[in-house]
Each structure stands twice: as structure tokens, then as C-alpha cells.
Design a protein. Structure first.
Length: 256
């Protein structure tokens, strides 16, 4: 395997990755864990992806120069809608595929607890290295994989803004790692809500990622704003230098 390309911090300065969760799916509505399985976007999910596309391609907005996505269908569909407005092709990247949930995939939370009580209890404790039986991936492994993928994408587009369409489970693991929030020790990590098609921005700043925006749905939402404020308070204690500020429920276009 080739050695990783050395980081050029000066070139990467100001690079922005706009991380967006895919549009709402049929299994999201049914509250079933998807993981590496898939379900179609709902009509609401399709419409939200269109709104996101118009927002990211609006006049005066710093437009993403490229679009990457998880190879799973729900992310690819969302990315394709946005990419068509930006005049680029969406590029699948295996490194940002959703975390694998093993035996939990296709099940609701209640079904997980009933069928696999021991596994459910351990996963609920958010143990970093726990792998759900049946092919699950640990939170630590998912976070480290995603961080490598984002650096790979950033190095391809140094100094530019890029859209990456991902998943909520991966985002939770990724942000815990980036912000230094140990999920099994910090109950407030659950405040890192990631609504469908919300905008979350990582900006490269002095040798590390800084969270510049989180959970921005483009319109004011008190619930999301309150959750983001709680997450900001928890993260500020863990690693103050790495947070520029949480922007949740911003007015349309303000954060992008």
C-alpha cells in the first residue's frame, strides 16, 4: 500500500467540507436502522434534497466545487440531486459509507432490545470499540475511517469548498472523534442531532478540523438550536480551540 500523502497545512488552510445527511427515507419514517442496507427517499426527502441544492447553488453563496457521497443509494440519490444544480458529477467514496450495525439493521429500537438485549445494552452504553454482532462496526473504527476519507477529499480540493453527503450514524461517530467527545463518557454527545439534509461545516484551521456549523436546516428551529447549544457546551469543555461556533437553525443561506 502506498504511503499516505504528507499533509500540506498551508495549502489546506480554509478548506471547507460541507457535510450533509441524506434526505428522509422510508426506513427513517419507520424508525428502522439502515446501516449498510437501504431504502428509498420519501417524497419529503426528495423535496428537501431539491431545497438543499437550490440553497448551495444560490447567487452569492460559496458554491461547492465537487460533490462526494456514500456509495449507498439514499446518499447517492441526494448527492445526485444537488450535483445536478452545481453542474458536477457526484463521486461515491467508500470511506464515508454509513457505520455497519450488524444484526440491528432493519430493526426498530424496540426490536433491537427484544431480540438482542445484551448487544442492545452494550451499544446503548456507546462503547467506543464495541462491534454489534453480525458484522457491525465500532464507533472508533467508523470515526477513524471517516476522518481518513475526509482528509483524502480535502487534499484533492485544497482551499476549496466541497459537499459530502453522508449518514447520521457516521456523523455522530465522526464528530465525537473530531471534537474529542468520548461518547461512552459524555451523555451530551447525544445532543449532536443531525437532521436530514442539514448543513454541517468542517473548516481546516491550523492543522486540524474546526466545526464551523452544525445542524443548520436553513430555517430557525428551536429544537435543533437548543440541541446544538447543549452540544457546544459539552464540546467547549472537551476541546475549546477546535470550535469556531455552532450555527443551528440559521436563516436560509446565512451559514453557507
Amino acid at each position: 500500500m502506498a504511503s499516505p500523502t504528507p499533509l500540506d497545512n498551508d495549502a489546506l488552510q480554509g478548506t471547507e467540507l460541507v457535510l450533509c445527511r441524506h434526505g428522509e427515507t422510508e426506513w427513517n419514517v419507520l424508525k428502522r436502522v439502515q446501516g449498510h442496507q437501504d431504502s428509498l427517499l420519501t417524497a419529503k426527502g426528495e423535496a428537501a434534497a431539491e431545497r438543499l441544492a437550490r440553497r448551495l447553488s444560490a447567487p452569492g453563496v460559496r458554491r461547492p466545487v465537487a460533490v462526494y457521497c456514500s456509495p449507498l443509494g439514499r446518499a447517492r440519490r441526494t448527492a445526485a440531486i444537488v450535483a445536478s444544480h452545481l453542474g458536477v458529477e457526484a463521486v461515491p467514496h467508500e470511506g464515508v459509507i454509513e457505520r455497519a450495525y450488524g444484526n440491528f439493521e432493519g430493526l426498530t429500537t424496540q426490536e433491537q432490545a427484544e431480540r438482542f438485549p445484551a448487544a442492545y445494552a452494550r451499544n446503548h452504553r456507546r462503547e467506543l470499540d464495541y462491534e454489534i454482532p453480525g458484522g457491525g462496526e465500532s464507533r472508533r473504527a467508523a470515526s477513524e475511517r471517516a476522518q481518513r476519507a475526509l482528509l483524502d477529499i480535502a487534499q484533492r480540493h485544497a482551499g476549496e469548498r466541497v459537499l459530502v453527503v453522508v449518514h447520521s450514524g457516521l456523523m455522530m461517530s465522526l464528530m465525537s472523534g473530531v471534537l474529542g467527545l468520548a461518547p461512552n463518557h459524555n451523555p451530551r454527545v447525544r445532543a449532536l442531532l443531525c437532521p436530514n439534509t442539514s448543513v454541517n461545516i468542517l473548516r481546516w484551521d491550523r492543522e486540524a478540523w474546526t466545526l464551523a456549523c452544525w445542524g443548520d436546516t436553513g430555517e430557525f428551529d428551536e429544537g435543533v438550536a437548543a440541541a446544538a447549544a447543549a452540544a457546544a457546551a459539552a464540546a467547549a469543555v472537551a476541546r475549546p480551540p477546535r470550535i469556531l461556533g455552532f450555527v443551528a437553525g440559521c436563516l436560509a443561506g446565512a451559514a453557507v
